[in-house]
Ligand binder design. Structure first.
Ligand code: UT7
Length: 336
């Protein structure tokens, strides 16, 4: 029997309009454009400023664009998975809300939280539903309003994160394209270095927790940096080697956009020419579960059928992983 694979057949994206620059941040905390550019590589990030708007709004915008360009009716979608660490609410799932806002009525939907690795974890989860033959049209969306959990008085974290969303459509193929291999990992011990102290069941929000600013991101940057560099590079090299790929045959590396130095270290370990690495951290910052689809979205018109693409990620949990995707279509087919 011919094996079914899950292929990405379209990419959508959405970004809030408001641009938060390093200059503006340097008026809020003791930092400089030079420090942020040298240590992280971010010049600006997009922020949702409108009252009452959450991750589902930017997520729904990305999904709407995806449906429109792929000429897919919302009723045709079987499953929608949303990766996010900034859900609209503790419950229901933001995936349910995005489905409602986009007219997706014949699908089931749920959220995945795997920190910054959420999109890759959701992509691989969704691909299994397609490979099994159970479902034919699956949307994976990474959607974040990181500004809702960023402490804009903490210079160690406030320069890093941005808001945005990206979405892909997965469909079955019997050709040798799509998601061909992946490795995902997690190690919950890493939570001590990166988490949100209050607002969950272990420490529900209280006046004290709000006063202590415990509902914001807590990050020990250096410990996370070290783990990200070694784990992201190791898993990327492993995926590269076990698929007999090398620096010539890989067309693109799509790395999580957390820090330019982490991206460069990963590319160096893979011996990749920097021109093969998708980087938009300078414009959008770290949008957590949205970084990978936002890269694919921005580069889509340049992608060619048969391109060998490695996606790689590292995030809170700790979670990390990499996937090998053989791109299934010429991206310029969507050019206006
Ligand atoms: O996506 C989820 C996973 N997250 C990550 O991958 C993030 C990984 N970590 C990092 O990207 C980096 O560790 C950071 C960007 C968070 C921090 O960069 P760093 O080079 O590791 O800086 P550091 O924490 O070692 O701090 C060095 C100095 C400190 O000053 P002292 O103690 O040497 O006087 C900090 O207080 O830089 C100071 N500093 C700043 N200075 C100006 C920290 N943040 C800032 C800032 N502006 N924004």
């Amino acid at each position: 029997m011919t094996k079914i694979k899950a292929a990405i057949t379209g990419v959508g994206g959405a970004l809030p309009e408001y641009i938060l620059t390093n200059e503006e941040l340097s008026k809020m905390v003791d930092t400089t454009d030079e420090w942020i550019m040298t240590r992280i590589g971010i010049r600006e990030r997009r922020i949702i400023r409108e009252e009452g708007k959450g991750s589902s709004d930017v997520g729904a915008a990305a999904v709407n664009e995806l449906l429109l360009k792929t000429k897919t009716k919302p009723e045709e979608i079987d499953l929608l998975i949303c990766a996010t660490v900034t859900p609209d609410h503790q419950f229901p799932a933001t995936a349910n809300i995005i489905s409602d806002k986009t007219g997706i009525k014949n699908a089931f939907s749920f959220d995945i939280n795997a920190g910054c690795s959420g999109f890759l974890f959701a992509l691989i989860t969704g691909s299994k539903y397609v490979e099994s033959g159970a479902y034919k049209k699956v949307i994976i969306v990474g959607a974040e309003k990181m500004s809702s959990i960023v402490d804009y008085t903490d210079r160690q974290t406030c320069c890093i994160f941005g808001d945005g969303a990206g979405a892909v459509l997965l469909e079955p193929t019997t050709e040798d394209f799509g998601i061909l291999d992946s490795k995902l990992q997690s190690d919950g011990y890493g939570r001590i270095h990166l988490h949100q102290k209050a607002g969950g069941s272990v420490k529900p929000s209280s006046h004290e927790s709000i006063d202590a600013r415990e509902h914001f991101i807590y990050q020990e940057g250096q410990a996370v940096f070290k783990a990200a560099v070694s784990n992201m590079a190791d898993v990327s090299v492993e995926i590269m080697e076990r698929n007999n790929l090398n620096s010539d045959t890989i067309t693109w590396l799509v790395p999580h956009q957390a820090n330019m130095r982490i991206i460069e270290a990963t590319a160096r370990r893979m011996n990749l020419n920097p021109e093969k690495v998708m980087i938009n951290i300078q414009k959008f910052g770290n949008t957590t579960a949205a970084t990978l689809p936002l890269c694919l979205w921005e580069w889509e018109s340049k992608l060619k059928k048969g391109d060998n693409i490695i996606l790689t990620t590292f995030g809170a949990g700790f979670t990390w992983g990499a996937a090998y995707v053989k791109w299934a279509y010429d991206g310029d087919k969507f050019a206006k």
